[in-house]
Write a protein of this length. Structure first.
Length: 221
């Protein structure tokens, strides 16, 4: 910092105090201006990051809703297959007849589970450049909750879906149906219900996520 020396010799304490006060005011003004500039920089960075986060969350929310809708369509097919086989077994229908019914409706047997495509690039960038540290607490909490949900659904996709279903068995049954081989009706029903349960749990998680994503989108800038 550069300090200007007085052009003329100071005369007494009064002149000294006046000059000292000017120096102090100059320093305080410079520090205040620097703090204001830094604050404005942080505010701009926070606002820009928030806009990017809300836009990304809108994209993620649309993807979540799309996955829910697709899973519901698969569930409708499996519900029909479940009703068909369960009713036949309850009525003690012969296995060969049930097999004929299963093969006639094999298009309803689907093991697809849809998950949303949920990028988190904006969040990673906001964390990397520390923009999140300059956001209001309530706003940051809403974003953090939304992105935590996104990470959890990714973990569910990679690990959780296999907890309640026997995927190899489900695949084997699909192969049997494709090549026209008979299947055990009771075992087939068990697999259908595993698939239905997994789909319902997946959609329950996705629907729960919608609320937090919407809250993140609505976070005040």
């Amino acid at each position: 910092m550069h300090i200007e020396l007085p052009e003329k010799p100071l005369k007494g304490v009064k002149d000294f105090l006046k000059h000292y006060l000017m120096i102090v005011l100059s320093i305080l003004t410079a520090l205040g201006l620097e703090a204001w500039i830094e604050h404005m920089h942080h505010a701009h960075a926070s606002s820009a990051a928030s806009a990017q986060l809300r836009e990304e969350l809108r994209t993620d929310l649309d993807s979540v809703r799309g996955a829910v809708a697709k899973n519901e369509k698969v569930l409708q097919k499996l519900d029909r297959m479940d009703d068909l086989v369960a009713t036949a077994l309850t009525n003690n229908t012969p296995d060969d007849v049930i097999n004929q019914q299963i093969h006639a409706h094999r298009a309803d047997y689907e093991i697809s589970i849809f998950f949303p495509d949920t990028p988190v690039n904006a969040w990673n960038m906001a964390v990397a450049n520390q923009a999140v540290t300059w956001m209001p607490a309530d706003q940051l909490r809403a974003y953090s909750t939304a992105y935590t949900e996104l990470r959890e659904i990714l973990d569910w996709e990679q690990h959780g879906i296999y907890a309640g279903m026997d995927l190899p068995k489900a695949t084997d049954l699909r192969t049997d149906l494709q090549i026209g081989r008979p299947v055990d009706p009771t075992s087939f029903l068990h697999t259908v219900r595993q698939l239905r349960g997994t789909l319902r749990e997946t959609n329950a998680n996705l629907v729960s996520m919608e609320k937090d994503l919407s809250a993140g989108i609505s976070a005040n800038p």
